[in-house]
Design a protein around this ligand. Structure first.
Ligand SMILES: *Cc1c(COP(=O)(O)O)cnc(C)c1O
Length: 399
């Protein structure tokens, strides 16, 4: 077997350098743990950006993957398969959504929602053709396609990739007055994350989303919540919107929808928005394939049946409380909901990248974001003992 250094060298030589990973080469995972090629064990506190909420290589999802892969993997949507309808039924029952569009990556779900809601605006709201506006938030993260980076406010995500897609307006996150002021008769949707994940776990002020919901209803604007990272138990609820006491018109999910086995995403919608799509107007070769549908069905089942959402709620509160108890000159703020946590360092006193490297040496994998914030988001199957062990490592590095 090639050594870690050789593998890293080949990646550097042959791969596009669009990521800057930590130099840890993983080869195996089980539950909250991953192992590198040298046999070192790490507690995964990133969970592939919340795609492995169910834990690495969950045995029940693995069993479904194996069984379905040996039976039927891809039919295209030119024909029907016997798994997609069951995924629809189970998703609808779990989430209360009326129409579902299956896609693959999160970015595709976002793109699909943008297409559908624009068409809804023209057909149902009477917005003049080509003039639909969608309001989004500063510091958003919705993916990497041209249209999505068109409304990013992160220069690194945008620089050099223009010309951009028009039709988007950016307002500050957490400011309902700014949202209200940006509304025009051509506004068809507000696309927003319930908690901004990539921006560093930004939690909006209480009252923000209820007011946003009111304004959307009043102006007949579709509220699209991007729950690709916050959804499926990450924040201690099935959806983060539940913390706000609101319901979106359209919800985007991905990542943990497959428990990390396979790219599966979906647009969950009321009847009106996805109802505008007619045969031939939108599609994906792999979207809704039987392997994806079967894996997603089991990924949802284990999330619910094995109490992972409750575990996220209960142990997330414990983790947050204990993190807040760490005495350190480096820590500026600790925040989070469920097991979506962040430690923000004082940039004068601490360096998040150095802290993440030091945590890796102690067997804990986490990711820094924007230089000064460390995100902590372990699989939702984590135990109190494992959290206590993680806390020891974090305290040793930061205190
Ligand atoms: C990860 C993420 C996406 C994009 O998902 P991909 O599968 O990487 O395309 C979109 N929105 C949010 C909030 C995300 O966290």
């Amino acid at each position: 077997m090639k050594k870690a250094a050789d593998l890293i060298d080949s990646e550097r030589r042959l791969g596009a350098h669009n990521y800057e990973p930590l130099d840890v080469v993983l080869t195996r995972g089980e539950g909250v743990w991953v192992w590198d090629v040298d046999g070192n064990r790490y507690l995964d506190c990133l969970s592939a950006y919340s795609a492995v909420n169910q834990g690495h290589c969950h045995p029940r999802i693995l069993e479904t993957m194996r069984e379905q892969a040996g039976r039927l993997t891809l039919t295209s949507r030119a024909f029907r398969n016997d798994q997609l309808a069951l995924l629809y039924e189970e998703l609808a029952a779990l989430t209360g959504s009326h129409r579902i569009l299956p896609m693959n990556s999160g970015a595709e779900a976002v793109e699909s929602a943008i297409k559908a809601v624009r068409k809804w605006g023209y057909e149902q709201r009477g917005v003049p053709d080509g003039e639909a506006e969608i309001i989004v938030c500063a510091d958003n993260f919705h993916g990497r396609t041209i249209s999505i980076v068109s409304f990013s406010t992160d220069p690194t995500a945008r620089q050099g990739f223009g010309p951009f897609t028009p039709g988007f307006k950016v307002v500050p996150f957490g400011d309902a007055d700014a949202f209200e002021a940006a509304i025009t008769p051509r506004t068809v949707a507000f696309l927003v994350e319930p908690i901004q994940g990539e921006a560093g776990v930004n939690i909006p002020p209480s009252g923000y989303f209820p007011r946003v919901r009111e304004l959307c209803t009043e102006h007949d604007i579709t509220l699209i919540l991007d729950e690709i990272q916050t959804g499926l138990g990450r924040t201690g609820r099935l959806f983060a919107e539940e913390h706000e006491g609101i319901e979106a018109d359209v919800t985007l999910i991905g990542k943990a929808l497959s428990g990390g086995f396979y790219p599966v995403s979906a647009v969950l919608s009321n009847d009106a928005v996805l109802g505008v799509l007619k045969p031939g107007e939108h599609g994906s070769t792999f979207g809704g394939n039987p392997l994806a549908a079967a894996v997603a069905r089991t990924a949802l089942q284990v999330l619910v049946e094995e109490g992972m959402i409750e575990n996220s709620d209960r142990l997330g509160s414990y983790f947050l409380e204990q993190l807040r108890g760490i005495r350190s000159d480096q820590i500026k703020e600790v925040r989070g909901r469920g097991l979506m946590l962040a430690i923000e360092l004082d940039p004068e006193a601490g360096d998040a990248h150095a802290a993440v490297e030091a945590l890796k040496e102690r067997g804990l994998l986490a990711k820094d974001t924007h230089g000064s914030t460390i995100r902590i988001a372990p699989p939702l199957v984590i135990t109190r003992e494992q959290i206590d062990w993680a806390l020891e490592q974090i305290e040793a590095v930061l205190a």
